[in-house]
Write a protein that binds this ligand. Structure first.
Ligand code: SF4
Length: 311
């Protein structure tokens, strides 16, 4: 197989059959967190890099093999929508199978009406938005000349107006770069305007070739989760990872966490369940005792209840 890989297990797309449409690395951006290394030469013109019939044949052969596949995901060694036959491929795959189709893209070509049209049949489109200001956009995504922040946001906005299926925007959170209060506030303003169906918060989980993308601290991740969930439902990469260590001084521990960032009630419950394994009564009793302390108030945001420290 030259173009198809997997299926690979993905938190967001289950068993995902990847389809790589591009020679590495063909991209309009040069992100500081890119796993593929530095963009040596920007590619900005759309092309049919490989014969689309060959790619389709590989996809259909893999589907016919009976492997369990939840999604067929177009994802390139670079920017997926640079592949000019993408719309044709999506359409042919949809005719041949009921497996849903996703497209992972940086979204930089969405200002092009042809690209937007080609994506309309996809069941989910996952573009990136890593900054809510031109300055941070340039610093993080380092786009080719002409691919401005304004053009990027306008492309996302126009696509949202035309696209009725799942628009899941990916935000890569990077320590010391876009995890400040100001950067999160700028991002949520743009996200609220675009109105995606969901926000996928993603983290630099592996070292990147350029080494510029450290993982944010846990309290910044939780702060981002809280702020972004005002704009859309959020896929939280850190969910369920909170641990409380010990049952001693539980009130102090939980107060200390809630003082740094709002605490999602479900996460607190999950952390108590990890602490008091198999003792549901103890979990419930602890939740009640903590709240009865009077130190917290509950705030509903993005469909979740958060505990915050009373002013
Ligand atoms: S858009 Fe994707 S492929 Fe292009 S530079 Fe950024 S991370 Fe790498």
């Amino acid at each position: 197989m030259n173009y198809v890989f997997g299926p690979v297990s993905s938190k967001r797309l289950g068993q995902s059959l990847g389809v790589d449409l591009l020679p590495s690395k063909s991209c309009t951006w040069n992100c500081i967190y890119c796993q593929l290394g530095r963009t040596k030469e920007y590619v900005t013109e759309r092309r049919e890099f490989y014969p689309k019939e060959e790619i389709l044949a590989e996809i259909l052969e893999t589907v016919a093999s009976g492997k369990p596949i939840d999604w067929i995901t177009f994802v390139g060694s670079g920017e997926t929508t640079l592949y000019k036959g993408l719309g044709w491929l999506i359409s042919e795959v949809k005719k041949a199978t009921e497996i849903p189709v996703a497209v992972i893209t940086n979204g930089s070509l969405l200002s092009d009406p042809e690209v937007r049209r080609e994506l309309l049949e996809a069941d989910a489109v996952l573009p990136s938005l890593n900054a809510g200001s031109a300055e941070l956009f340039e610093r993080i995504d380092r786009p080719a000349p002409g691919f401005t922040f304004e053009r990027h946001v306008e492309g996302l906005r126009l696509f949202r107006q035309e696209y009725r299926r799942k628009l899941w925007i990916e935000v890569m959170l990077i320590k010391g770069v876009n995890d400040s209060e100001a950067a999160l506030a700028d991002l949520v303003a743009v996200l609220s305007d675009i109105k995606p169906d969901m926000i996928h918060l993603v983290l630099p989980s592996r070292p990147t070739p350029e080494g510029y993308a450290p993982m944010p601290d846990e309290d910044r991740i939780r702060r981002a989760v809280f702020i972004f969930s005002a704009a859309a439902p959020l896929l939280n990469p850190a969910k369920g990872e909170m641990t409380l260590g010990s049952a001693d001084n539980l009130l102090e521990t939980v107060s200390g966490i809630a003082a740094r960032h709002p605490l999602q009630e479900e996460e607190l419950q999950a952390a108590l369940e990890k602490l008091f394994i198999g003792d549901a009564a103890k979990v419930e009793e602890s939740m009640l005792a903590l709240f009865s302390s009077g130190r917290f108030e509950k705030v509903r945001q993005g469909g979740h209840l958060y505990w915050i420290i009373k002013a």
